[in-house]
Design a protein around this ligand. Structure first.
Ligand code: ADP
Ligand SMILES: O=C(O)C[C@@H](O)[C@H](O)C(=O)COP(=O)(O)O
Length: 328
């Protein structure tokens, strides 16, 4: 038994949260201090997931706030170009800026990101700017944890979740923890728990669930049990190169390994995983197949330079899965 979705809606997936800019080091295997050149891509976890889903053929929309500047216009035009509906991406009128993420590729295993998140437009989305009619048109609403880090974006998410519940929209919570703009571990845990308890489907890494629980070295089964006692029907816990595990309401536990990859960098894995996992679920595939889709998509993206631009097609994912079947 997997998560069920309403039928006959205009959108498969509507995401709420940040659409920003990634500046990815074009010089590999060196620290940021010595990196002189970067390439520009659209970034921000929920934007990456929306872009990835759209590239896989899902009907996708986005709720967010963009800076009224060149970066904001670049993001809108890129997302339009890949088929994401941007009609609910509001342009900021108060001078807020686009969030920036610089990436560092010290080695394929040792990557980090440096985010500029002060006074960023996405965190100024207000609850009255969220449309119930738009959310009602979606099969699923993807909520990103970072959108809860600050008001008024936090209240905009509360509003969106409320509309989703009223309109039979499946709520997906992607923990997407970024340390920036949160005040304390306790504050983060309070809002993460709230969101996870509203969601039908929760996706995060083991480390992110530890943030939610405000503890270290948590246990996957305990984590899943606690969330499945609320609204969650499916809880996915990711373990990097060790793959991922899904826990379902009926007690089913499904595990999937990561696929071998010629890794260039590690960021982008989570967002590509989420877009392909959700694509598979909404298309009626089993939990096992959805985990494999997610893992295959991530294996492709970690071998490429960007997160958003590198999102694969269904054909590329299926080819990788076929190659893997032939080898085992
Ligand atoms: N180095 C890697 N090689 C191949 N697949 C990977 C690699 N790192 C992650 N993945 C895949 O991406 C999924 C999500 O990665 P993970 O690192 O857990 O999430 P996040 O990027 O959100 O931190 C993993 O479950 C795995 O299938
Ligand atoms: O989420 C951000 O704002 C930064 C992303 O755009 C960046 O591409 C990234 O870090 C993605 O990493 P992931 O969470 O492993 O997919």
């Amino acid at each position: 038994m997997t998560v069920t979705f309403a039928k006959d809606k205009r959108f498969d997936l509507v995401a709420i949260g940040r659409a920003c800019i990634d500046l990815n080091a074009t010089e590999y295997n060196r620290p940021m201090e010595e990196t002189m050149t970067f390439s520009k891509y659209v970034g921000g976890s929920p934007a990456n997931v929306a872009i990835g889903s759209s590239k896989l053929g899902l009907k996708t929309g986005f709720i967010g706030k963009l800076a009224d500047d060149q970066h904001g216009r670049f993001i809108r035009s890129y997302m339009d170009g890949v088929g994401v509906d941007t009609s609910e991406m509001i342009t900021d009128t108060e001078g807020h800026k686009t969030g920036l993420t610089f990436t560092e590729i010290k080695s394929p295993e040792e990557c980090s990101i440096l985010m500029y998140r002060t006074e960023v437009a996405d965190l100024f989305l207000r609850p009255e700017e969220v449309s119930e009619a738009y959310i009602a048109e979606a099969k699923m609403l993807l909520v990103s944890g970072t959108a809860l880090a600050q008001s008024p974006s936090r209240e905009a998410v509360f509003q969106a979740v409320d509309y989703a519940k009223k309109n039979n929209v499946t709520i997906v919570f992607e923990l997407d923890y970024r340390p920036y703009t949160w005040q304390s571990a306790e504050e983060t845990s309070v809002y993460y728990k709230w969101a996870a308890e509203q969601a039908n489907l929760v996706i995060g890494t083991r480390d992110e669930y530890d943030i939610l629980e405000n503890q270290e070295n948590g246990d996957d089964e305990e984590t899943a049990k606690a969330l499945l006692a609320h609204r969650a029907e499916l809880v996915v816990i990711k373990h990097g190169v060790d793959g991922s595990i899904a826990f379902e309401e009926d007690g089913t536990i499904t595990r999937a390994k990561a696929y071998p990859s010629n890794v260039l960098k590690t960021f982008g894995a989570g967002d590509s995983y989420a877009s392909a996992f959700l694509y598979a679920l909404v298309n009626g595939k089993s939990t096992q197949e959805a985990l494999q889709f997610g893992g295959a998509s991530a294996a492709i993206v970690v071998s490429k330079h960007s997160s958003s631009e590198a999102m694969p097609t269904v054909g590329e994912i299926e080819d990788l899965l076929k190659q893997h079947e032939q080898r085992v």
